[in-house]
Design a protein around this ligand. Sequence first.
Ligand SMILES: [Zn+2]
Length: 497
Amino acid sequence: MYFPWEDYRSFAADYYNALYDFNQLPPLTKTAQGHVNPETKEEAKQRLLFDRATMSRPTHPPTQILYQGEVIEAKAQDVQSWDVAPGVVPLRLVGRKPKCFFGLLKSFIGTSLMGFPTEPEQVHLLLKSNPAFARVCGFSHKKKDREEYHYQQVPSRRKLEQFDQIMTAAGLWDRIKLSEVRTNLTRGVIRPEKEWVGDTTHYHAYSSFETVRYEDEKGKQQKKSQSKLTKPCRCEDWEICPHEWELRDTGAGTIVKSGKKMIWGHKASVIGLPEQGIAIDAVAISDAATHDGQTFFPHVEKVHKDYPELAQTVRRVLYDSACDDASLKKRFQDDLEIELKASFNPRRSKAITKALPRGIEKITPYGVPICLAGHELNYQGIRYATEKFIYRAPLGDDGLSVCIGCEEKAQCCNHSSQSGRTITVSFDTLKHIDPNDPPMAKRFKAIMTRRPSVERMIKRLKCDLGDDRLSKRGNDSFQAYLDKTMISYHLLIRHLH
Ligand SMILES: [Zn+2]
């Protein structure tokens, strides 16, 4: 595995500083003398429910749509990047020599590159079972005659958990991810494009839910799935201890898939470059139950901020029909000067059967007329003077119009020429179709063929470099998992370039 360690020196220094702080933290104790948290579990359920981004009247300042991690700044600033190298750990950390940052980082990224989820449990399994992998990462297996701790030995699962936890809390996974993408941009591994494409995807949560009943603003009884509650402490009796109730799995929610299938999971929004087929960013959504129409704008705004060199060239963004909304399109134009192009959402399921030209049986919700003989008519364009859409009968396999020799001629048009039947349909008949951007047009279709490239990017991230079943709870772990996967993904792209 090609791994120029010098590029990660400043992250290593930040990690050791954060580790120093971590070691100074007092252990979580049972304080609990006298004071009792007056909030009941039931009250906490309601409070946490109304704090969610998907509630129509969030109490406090509305929760952000995208997950935003709270980074704990390291107090210790002693370790500098020139103090560290693979196998060289700073002196400040007295006592047991800590495990080498570079070895730990390699282990996590290597695990993902081998197609396994980059989580401590899996990393530990690989280091234990695969001596060659452990050696590449700079670790060795315990020798029989040396039973005591040695910093070069394969780290324990607890140490790997601790490393992951510190990297997450200090915001280091996120910063390394940003740095990998930026490196790929400056080295020309990724070229800026005029279009971005986006979508969301779900991961199965490692938790279960309960159904919380509540009263909506009209006083009506409602219910919603929510993560079960827990407390961060180890007090014996949670009902009377002073600590606050919290969600066991923040960010998890019910995701409704096509066919009304429901999934209890976490949701991520992914943005990428359609021509090169490369994912640029993946972000956890604060509440997985959030509708896709709400997640795209804040995510595009974030990528715009994070990668100015990409923002300079982007003119258009592509999404599925969840974003087919006039006010959202206007917002993209006004705030970011970007055109939002979304797959057409007809917002009706029935075909149009009234006020049709002769010989036409129906027009589908997508604006495609079908004639009595069952042929789909081709869209030709617009006659603006009379406010009409123009269609023409297609050609058959012989290259001649299907109208020639058609048995329905009598009901349709007896004197149609060699070129076949042409019809016009008034804008009023297809009120749900925007004449300025008709989805039947060739240009519209040509642009939208680039949208599904995001599905391939998601498959890469979710299946080839990990797993869609999470093994940890909480949005902080979920975001860290996405970041670790993105780091491996961008290292891989650079390697294959
Ligand atoms: Zn407690």
